[in-house]
Design a protein around this ligand. Structure first.
Ligand code: NAG
Ligand code: NAG
Length: 141
């Protein structure tokens, strides 16, 4: 019974964490971005019933070069384009709440890049810390 309760709690925990995970609303996966250009990164976060407090995000871009797939963002983030507070604002449905960040892209030349967003939140009583990472692959020219 104890083991079952533990599994149940773990499953609920995973569900709660998933519900708070961010996603990258823009740019679109696989789209083309230009070196040194100014680009809007939209960081979305679905509404959740579990109380959580967004603390901060880090937006980073890694030059994948010839390595396919790219190093996981948990191991290597690349150039940090933004680090600071995150606060999702209501957007027109069906879009989830989100926030736009205007960043200047690095000059990696013509290559494949990985855009990663790291999100730190405080959840519920305790609170406990949850870190989630979203990443997409883009083409850079
Ligand atoms: C972010 O930018 C997109 C595209 O310009 C826009 O549709 C959206 O409403 C913006 N979201 C916020 C929260 O400002
Ligand atoms: C990065 O994106 C890939 C493809 O969507 C996904 O399979 C992987 O789990 C993501 N990694 C992280 C740390 O989110």
């Amino acid at each position: 019974m104890k083991a079952f309760n533990f599994l149940l709690v773990s499953a609920m925990h995973v569900a709660a964490v998933c519900a708070q995970s961010i996603s990258i609303g823009a740019p679109a996966t696989g789209s083309l971005v230009v070196s040194r250009s100014t680009t809007t990164v939209e960081v979305d976060k679905p509404e959740s019933l579990t109380p959580s407090d967004d603390v901060a995000i880090v937006i980073a871009m890694l030059n994948c070069g010839s390595s396919s797939p790219c190093s996981p963002p948990s191991e290597q983030l690349g150039s940090v384009l933004f680090q600071g507070p995150y606060s999702a604002q209501i957007q027109t449905p069906p879009k989830p709440p989100g926030e736009n960040f205007t960043v200047t892209l690095p000059d990696f030349g013509s290559t494949t890049v990985q855009l990663a967003v790291v999100h730190l939140i405080l959840v519920e009583a305790g609170p406990h810390v949850v870190l989630d990472i979203a990443n997409i692959t883009l083409a850079m020219d």
